[in-house]
Design a protein around this ligand. Structure first.
Ligand code: PEP
Length: 250
């Protein structure tokens, strides 16, 4: 069955005390039944604190990045084995900020996906076009190639554990959200690519999140689109009340 998910990407924000307060608020707020899985992706230094909260609540925890290497002399990196050892459930892969500022290539992203799956951690694989690519009307081709190069080498049972996040780069952190129609059009296209590659059953079960200036004001309309199964939330995940409103937007 297709899962609904709201995942908060905190990026490089929050001090220790602020992180503790926000995690406590989210964990407490989702004590009762929630309409979706709730995932928090704090900076790596707070992951263990987050998994401690997760043990006592419905919260799930995601990392924002992982090394493509198994382990060893890679100063500053964090391995999938380390994430697994503190019970991290998800990991964002290929966020546009990592593609842009840290020069992550499709080949590296495919390696990251593989190593996460080896350790039983679910990748949240980001794809999405830049503004210029949409203006040139090559956005479908861009997303197709990101998925083909980063994900479609997986076999069916591996792919089953992947979540896709469509994040048009022009909408991330800009306040300029994709319209519900634009989101649905791309999500429908992504699901059709998954159908071509893995068949209808797998495609129907694949969770495809929308990300890009999603907030408490626009989440309900976005999430009501047929192929939008929730959101990857940046800025609005830093405010507890707003994040919980988004969680309750189905
Ligand atoms: C993100 O960084 O994944 C994101 C969607 O950011 P924002 O919600 O701030 O646009």
């Amino acid at each position: 069955m297709r899962k609904k998910i709201v995942a908060g990407n905190w990026k490089m924000n929050k001090t220790f005390t602020e992180a503790e307060e926000l995690l406590a608020y989210i964990a407490e707020s989702i004590e009762k039944e929630t309409p979706c899985e709730v995932v928090t992706c704090p900076p790596a230094v707070y992951l263990e604190m987050a998994t401690d909260f997760a043990m006592e609540s419905n919260l799930l925890v995601g990392a924002q990045n992982v090394s493509q290497f198994e382990g060893g002399a890679y100063t500053g990196e964090i391995s999938a084995a380390m994430l697994d050892s503190i019970d991290v459930n998800y990991c964002i892969v290929g966020h546009s900020e990592r593609r842009k500022y840290f020069h992550e290539t499709d080949e590296m992203l495919a390696q990251k996906v593989n190593i996460l799956l080896d350790y039983g951690i679910n990748p949240i694989f980001c794809c999405g076009e830049q503004l210029g690519e949409r203006e040139k009307e090559i956005h479908f081709g861009v997303v197709r190639s990101q998925l083909q190069n980063g994900l479609f080498h997986l076999n069916e049972s591996e792919f089953h554990n992947v979540v896709i996040a469509y994040e048009p780069v022009w909408a991330i952190g800009t306040g300029r959200t994709a319209s519900p129609e634009q989101a649905q059009e791309m999500h429908g296209f992504i699901r059709s690519l998954v159908t071509e590659k893995y068949g209808k059953k797998v495609a129907d079960d694949t969770t495809i999140l929308y990300g890009g200036s999603c907030n408490a004001g626009n989440a309900r309309e976005l999430f009501s689109q047929e192929d939008v199964d929730g959101g990857l939330i940046g800025g609005a995940s830093l405010k507890g009340e707003e994040f919980i409103k988004i969680v309750n937007s189905f």
